[in-house]
Design a binder for this molecule. Structure first.
Ligand code: AHR
Length: 483
């Protein structure tokens, strides 16, 4: 017997605005993310636009990331930004302390800003709060944002950019709680004091910048100290979560729900701490997340994820849309070649993962308002989480005469007949695009790059505000309704 799910959408009952920044990306000087992924240099035989790898640039444009975090990750904790400015030929080739590699510094601030402009994404820069100083961070803000006739601003003008970059979002440090981090902190209180020293100088240069401070996904005390001591200096608290080597399919599906619960619980702690200590509102920046398999080892971090991971990605993106009031920023780790959405060869080959196609279905296709969405359907049991979780999840958002509904069937081997009942939105036409493999393990590789690609349904059955779809096992869907 086939399973059945019902999705209810009520457009007249708004669940709040949707912050598109939840579809952000993250690129780091690590493995072949920047060098070989984003950047090949002007003299490369690989087709490029002023040094930016052309196929990757076009692919990233198609997932329209609202913001992009750079230069790390761990890399940022040992990065001295002045090594990456000025004429490229004169930049130092340095031993890189965070990943113990070599950094040629061919790609620096100007290259990142130009990348952001080409893609149409907002820059989000993480300063070195590991081995760097507050003064160095403030000088970076001046280089990027100052119009004045002062030294660092004049360096930007020398580099060919008379107008300020106006970088609004700045991270102070990365994972400073970790012993693997250059310049880590012993506890949240130390991190909070360090954050204050940095922000104090950075904001003297530009009062309008927004700050992401270092939080953690599994230590409430750290987060409480950050808010209590440095709360009035930051706007967002960063949280990272990687799902390491999930044992079973059901555990990966349950991990998406755990992420949502954990983010909500961290936000509640932050909110309560703000209230208790008279701190203004602080929200979360989920600025690194992904699934991480054992083959993805440093420094390359290569993995080719499957349709199963695409389903996990779709579920997380559904949940992020629902909680963007609390978590308005999220960045997928990472865009190219490192735990990647996009993989490139040393030659002209490029592979788009099923996870990439989920971003293509989701990020450009959302409205500004989330509509109330409820789902009743089959469940599956995760041994790791020791609970039943919903196999089908969905979210809808609206914009003017459009409604977008994203649906995921997380069931490993069962197709689900799904009826989508829409109230408060009188639609005239429906389009359906979806991603499914023949098994959850299907993935795209250099040998078989087109194994899993999105498809359009030729015809969608709908009557009286009800749409009927068959959701193949392990599949991700986009419905576009027009009134
Ligand atoms: O994304 C790879 C690494 O994972 C990042 O550099 C670090 O922040 C995290 O631990």
């Amino acid at each position: 017997m086939r399973r059945h799910a019902t999705v209810w959408v009520d457009a007249s009952s708004k669940a709040g605005p949707l912050d598109r920044r939840v579809f952000g990306q993250f690129i780091e000087h690590l493995g072949r993310c920047i060098y070989g992924g984003i950047w090949v240099g002007e003299n490369s035989p690989i087709p490029n636009l002023r040094g930016y790898r052309f196929d990757v640039l076009e692919a990233v444009k198609r997932i329209s990331p609202p913001l992009t975090r750079w230069p790390g990750g761990n890399f940022s904790s040992a990065y001295h930004w002045m090594d990456g400015i000025g004429p490229r030929l004169h930049r130092p080739r340095k031993f890189e302390l965070a990943w113990e590699g070599v950094e040629p510094n061919e790609f620096g601030t100007v290259e990142f800003i130009e990348w952001c402009r080409l893609v149409g994404t907002e820059p989000f820069i993480v300063v070195n709060a590991g081995s760097g100083t507050p003064e160095e961070a403030a000088a970076w803000v001046e280089y990027c944002n100052s119009r004045g006739d002062t030294y660092y601003s004049s360096l930007r003008k020398r580099d060919g950019w008379s107008e300020p970059f106006n970088v609004k979002l700045w991270g102070v440090g990365n994972e400073l709680y970790g012993r693997w981090q250059v310049g880590f902190c012993i506890d949240g209180a130390e991190c909070a004091r360090r954050t204050i020293e940095f922000v104090n100088l950075m904001r003297r240069v530009d009062k309008s910048i927004e700050i992401v401070g270092c939080g953690i996904d599994n230590d409430p005390e750290w987060n409480i100290d950050m808010i209590k001591i440095a709360g009035n200096y930051i706007d967002y608290l960063s949280v990272h979560t990687y799902v390491f080597c999930p044992k079973k399919h059901e555990d990966l599906i349950a991990a998406a729900l755990q992420i949502e619960r954990n983010l909500t619980s961290i936000y509640k702690t932050v909110e309560a701490t703000c209230r208790k200590f008279g701190v203004k509102r602080i929200r979360l920046a989920f600025d690194e997340w992904n699934v991480w398999y054992k083959e993805a080892v440093p420094p390359m971090h290569v993995q080719f994820t499957s349709m199963r991971d695409a389903v996990f990605t779709g579920l997380v993106l559904i949940k992020l849309q629902k909680i963007s009031r609390m978590v308005p920023i999220a960045c997928f780790a990472q865009t190219v070649n490192v735990l990647p959405l996009i993989s490139t060869g040393d030659d002209e080959r490029m592979v788009l993962s099923p996870q990439y196609y989920v971003y293509e279905l989701f990020a450009p296709n959302v409205g500004r308002q989330v509509a109330w969405t409820g789902v009743v359907g089959p469940t599956l049991y995760s041994e790791e989480a020791e609970e039943n979780v919903q196999a089908v999840d969905a979210v809808a958002s609206c914009d003017g005469n459009k409604m977008y509904v994203h649906i995921v069937n997380g069931s490993q081997d069962e197709a689900v007949d799904c009826s989508i009942r829409v109230a408060g939105f009188d639609f005239k036409s429906v389009k359906h695009r979806y991603l499914a493999g023949s098994t959850p393990d299907d993935r795209n590789t250099f040998e078989e790059p087109g194994k899993v690609v999105p498809r359009d349904s030729e015809k969608v059955e709908s009557r009286n505000g009800e749409i009927i779809l068959s959701l193949p096992a392990c599949s991700v869907h986009l419905l576009t309704l027009t009134r």
